[in-house]
Design a protein around this ligand. Structure first.
Ligand code: XMP
Length: 508
């Protein structure tokens, strides 16, 4: 496997994903992971990631120099290059001007294995303010760009460092560079596949759980569903799932979940109808944060009740995935709260259960592959994300059953038309928002005075930034006609053309 030491670059998850796509397991750990732990993980190669700091500053993240003596091949990327130079006797300084964007990589030492099947000149992606001014002893320049040293290596010690970012697609042969490091230098074998993962995980679950009982809150989302099916495959009826119908779910959601997992997969699953509970608590509440808190609290209360019911269970299963794990071990401080997020089953601190998290090692696309492999229908796995608080944050102002029913119908039409027109997979998240605003319209000869709804569709890769989808006018027209004609309670429709930032994807 390949171990990635995290120095805080925003591209770190990309490095791991690229390597896993090659069939090799890659794991990300913080840069300050003790050297003993690193040794015991027995990686075949170590990657030092990029990062925002400057190596010559006192508080800069650093490494135990012993790492260079382990006889494990090392690839340093950007900050990883600079730190290597800094620690091994070279020098790094502020560059006269930042280098950001595309650059031409020119290879000086063609015969290095590091450059297997890479042309002498190719495009790479740079993003740095510091650069190497003195090369550490033992290192040789293998490639350059117009304005900087691009690749430095001590080939005898199998330490390679690059100033550019091979993990981003703008580095045209970046994948080949990573591949060369992984296979030619670190001599990894291909043994990471979802079939293997399923087999290995089922075995592990059986060993760990034995004939004890497990409970799981199934939200209907990808992660908890795939976790549930996987665990069910391992231990069958000793898995008890419950699904909370908050009354704030999409149209027919409870029915679909019960049918897919209860009926087809024959899992033990209870549907808890909590619509009245949630709506009663939300009565008269209009402040978005207050709504979020009420919904979150109600989830936890229901969860506590379920725990009482399943007192004899030893394990609590959750659909935690790898990005959640990385985020919680992240070297960065907590970022400021813009909205208080919570997920179904966002759990209280003190728990009497052992946690069972069979997807902890997987990225989202890997979770989806596992789901497909396990036979979960595609329309359940390829769905857009749906926020924990559900329609509660898509009905602006006070939430009522009447409004939730109206919104469900409108949203269903929008999604149905997107699917019909093969656009559903082209956008990252699409939904309808209901405004607490009524306006005048005319239908037949009648005056109407009804709600206004808004179509929202966003394109994004990481949900941190997003642009609005440029949906075809024909589709917008069709959706508008259908919603206004078919959904009683809406007589006006708008299209949200704000990007994130400064707007957010959801409206609350
Ligand atoms: P925003 O509105 O912050 O949303 O741009 C970014 C992504 O996060 C989802 N979201 C949530 N997901 N619990 C969740 O599980 C929440 O409380 C929550 N709030 C927002 C949102 O749907 C979008 O995908």
């Amino acid at each position: 496997s390949i171990l990635i030491l995290d120095f805080g670059s925003q591209y770190n998850q990309l490095i791991a994903r690229r390597i896993r796509e090659m069939g090799v397991y890659a794991e990300i750990v913080p840069y300050f992971t003790p050297i003993e732990d690193i040794k015991s993980m027995k990686p075949k190669g170590i990657i030092l990631s990029g990062g925002p700091a400057s190596v010559y500053l006192e508080e800069a993240p650093t490494l135990d120099k012993e790492i260079y003596e382990l006889n494990i091949p090392i690839l340093g990327i950007c900050y990883g290059m600079q730190l290597t130079m800094h620690l091994l006797g070279g020098k790094v300084d502020k560059a006269d001007k930042q280098e950001f964007g595309k650059a031409e990589l020119i290879i000086d030492k063609n015969k290095s294995k590091f450059f297997n099947e890479i042309p002498k000149k190719s495009q790479v992606w740079m993003s740095h303010a510091d650069h190497v001014v003195e090369i550490a002893p033992g290192f040789e320049k293998l490639a350059h760009t117009d304005s900087s040293i691009a690749v430095l290596a001590d080939e005898e010690k199998r330490i390679y460092t690059v100033q550019f970012h091979p993990e981003v697609t703008h580095s045209v042969y970046g994948k080949n560079i990573l591949k060369n490091f992984v296979f030619e230098i670190a001599k990894c074998e291909k043994n990471w596949s979802m079939e293997n993962y399923i087999e290995k995980t089922i075995k592990e679950i059986r060993e760990r759980v034995g004939d004890k009982k497990v409970i799981l809150a199934l939200s209907g989302g990808v992660d908890s569903s795939v976790a549930a099916v996987l665990i069910h495959k391992a231990i069958g009826d000793n898995l008890n799932c419950f699904f909370v119908d908050t009354g704030l779910m999409r149209k027919d959601e409870a029915k679909k979940v019960m049918e897919t997992y209860g009926k087809n997969f024959k899992m033990n699953i209870e549907c808890i109808n909590a619509e009245d509970r949630f709506l009663t608590k939300l009565k008269g509440i209009t402040d978005p944060e207050e709504k979020r808190k009420i919904i979150g609290k109600e989830f936890i209360d229901i969860f506590e009740e379920q725990k009482q019911k399943f007192k004899d269970a030893d394990f609590l299963a959750q659909g935690t995935i790898y990005p959640d794990v990385i985020e919680s071990q992240s070297i960065k401080g907590p970022s400021s709260t813009i909205k208080s997020h919570h997920n179904v089953g966002g759990l209280p601190e003190e728990m009497e259960f052992e946690l069972l998290e069979p997807l902890r090692e997987l990225f989202k696309d890997e979770v989806r592959k596992v789901g497909k492999e396990l036979g979960i229908p595609e329309y359940m796995i390829d769905r857009h994300p749906f926020p924990g608080p559900g329609l509660g944050i898509r009905i602006l102002g006070e939430v009522t059953k009447e409004k939730a029913d109206i919104l469900r119908e409108a949203d269903d039409i929008f999604i149905e038309e997107l699917r019909k027109n093969k656009l559903y997979d082209k956008v990252s998240q699409a939904f309808v928002v209901l405004l607490p605003v009524k306006s005048v319209g005319v239908m037949g000869d009648e005056r109407t005075y009804e709600y206004t709804a808004v179509l929202r569709s966003a394109n994004t890769t990481d949900f941190m930034t997003a642009t609005w989808s440029h949906l075809p006018y024909e589709l917008l027209e069709k959706v508008s006609n259908r919603i206004i004609n078919e959904v009683k309670g809406i007589n006006r429709l708008a299209y949200d053309i704000s990007s994130k930032p400064p707007a957010t994807i959801e409206w609350e």
